[in-house]
Design a protein around this ligand. Structure first.
Ligand code: UD1
Length: 429
């Protein structure tokens, strides 16, 4: 299994272009099931997660063609007909968001058999809200032996749906299904994340009538059919935030480009509060850390525009070497502190109780062997490795490959000493 080795101590200086957002790209890819015409997605990240979903879509009858065009990486998805409505466990279990093919399949063909996504390392993460939304739209849902059997032979019907808690995935799933329903659907207590606005824009470019994404009420007026479109994937705010934290951690000056700073104001504000220089530019942000140590600051994760749970692990890594004690509260997912014991292997001083971690900054981390436990946790270990004395190796980096495009290349271009070790080989740094 591949590992990443980092030799700590180098400052970061240079430019990092931000890729298209993974979390948006995989929902947009699922939208290709809704039309028999081609959907062209530009600014596409090439990641393990987009490959997983591409594989699943091909099995359902979608042709998936990747190319490098003048405006960057593209994926052309074309489903002239759905040849299978079956999404098997071995594909869905590799990536939870694959479950989002269920709604489009029902909307287009009136039936589907899709595996439940199964367990996940960051809490229980059920799909009850997804299923409730699809039932409200008139799908008949049965669960047997780990599979969802769904039927809507006469098509889906618009409905008023009030989510009991805010869920990004369930809001997106309901949008993907309701665009082809008869009548109007109103989603109350919808998630407001920027990826929902991206999905709305793509669906509308395909001929859908969706309004209100980015607010807590989304209205979808069903249409009889959708057509092909070209859509550029929104920049990845989590990748942007991750490199902003990496620059704040290692010191130096890093310019993040092809990004939208307004998508991570909550993080940038916290970096400034900690003493880091933050300059917003037209297409990104410049992060400068000239002081020796940042100040400890507290964070609490929240739905957008609050502090993103997907940046919590990275921020915790930053706080391990800050001056003072930081309190980090996680409110979105239970059990999302699995990076804490790994950071402690590097010498961090952290105690976790319930949904809160207290991080007492130390003056120096020490390199060690650590293990990635989930996507964002794994990158927090790489960030910690950037300042740990000596060498840090991170194993189980398949988590990292799910969501960070060319991570080693982007960091190395700014002067970091980061290297992938294939298999069980020894690092050559
Ligand atoms: C998405 C993002 C993930 C991010 C999260 C929160 C993708 C692929 N993933 O995940 O990176 O961390 O939003 O910003 O876009 N819940 C239920 N029942 C459900 C669905 C969710 O109880 O049917 C709960 C979850 O367990 C969690 C909370 O709702 O506690 C929020 O989860 P949700 O917003 O749905 O996250 P995801 O869409 O899975």
């Amino acid at each position: 299994m591949d590992r990443i080795a980092i030799i700590g101590g180098a400052r970061l200086n240079g430019e990092i272009p931000v890729s298209g957002a993974k979390n948006s790209a995989i929902k947009l890819m699922a939208a290709s099931l809704l039309t028999d015409e081609p959907l062209r997605l530009t600014n596409m990240p090439r990641l393990a997660d987009t490959r997983f979903l591409g594989k699943l879509l091909m099995r359902l009858g979608v042709s998936v063609t990747e190319s490098d065009g003048a405006d960057g990486q593209q994926t052309l998805l074309h489903a002239p007909e759905i040849t299978s409505g079956f999404a098997p466990y071995e594909l869905v279990s590799q990536m939870r968001a694959s479950f989002n093919v269920l709604g489009p399949l029902i909307a287009r063909t009136g039936q589907a058999k899709v595996s439940l996504p199964g367990g996940c390392t960051i809490g229980a993460r059920p799909v009850d809200l997804h299923l409730q939304a699809l039932e409200a739209l008139g799908a008949k849902i049965d669960l047997h032996e780990g599979y969802v059997y769904a039927q809507a032979p006469r098509g889906l019907q618009g409905a008023e749906i009030t989510f009991p808690i805010v869920s990004v995935g369930a809001t997106e799933h309901a949008m993907l299904a309701a665009v082809l329903a008869q009548g109007t659907t109103v989603l109350h207590n919808a998630a407001c994340e920027p990826e929902l606005i991206d999905l709305q824009e793509c669906l509308n470019a395909m001929g859908a009538k969706v309004e209100g994404a980015g607010t807590s009420t989304v209205t979808i007026t069903g249409v009889a059919r959708l057509h092909g479109a070209t859509h550029s994937v929104i920049p990845d705010r989590i990748e942007m935030g991750t490199y902003a934290v990496a620059a704040a951690m290692a010191g130096g000056e890093v310019r993040l480009t092809k990004a939208r700073p307004g998508l991570i104001d909550s993080l940038l504000d916290k970096l400034e509060e900690a003493g880091c220089g933050v300059e917003r530019t037209a297409d990104g942000v410049i992060i400068r850390r000239n002081v020796e140590r940042l100040k400890a600051v507290d964070i609490e994760t929240a739905a957008f525009p609050g502090f993103a749970t997907d940046l919590q692990a990275q921020f915790m890594a930053l706080m391990t070497v800050a001056d003072g004690e930081s309190r980090i509260r996680e409110t979105i997912f239970e059990n999302r502190f699995m990076h804490a014991p790994e950071l402690m292997r590097l010498g961090a001083d952290i105690s976790v109780s319930g949904g809160e971690a207290r991080v007492r900054g130390v003056s120096q981390l020490e390199g060690a062997e650590v293990m990635a436990t989930d996507l964002r946790a794994s990158v927090s270990l790489v960030i910690a490795g950037l300042v740990a004395r000596g060498e840090t190796t991170v194993s189980r980096i398949y988590h990292l490959d799910r969501g960070f495009e060319r991570l080693e290349e982007k960091l190395t271009a700014c002067g970091a000493q980061v290297r992938r070790i294939q298999g069980d080989g020894e690092p050559e740094l």
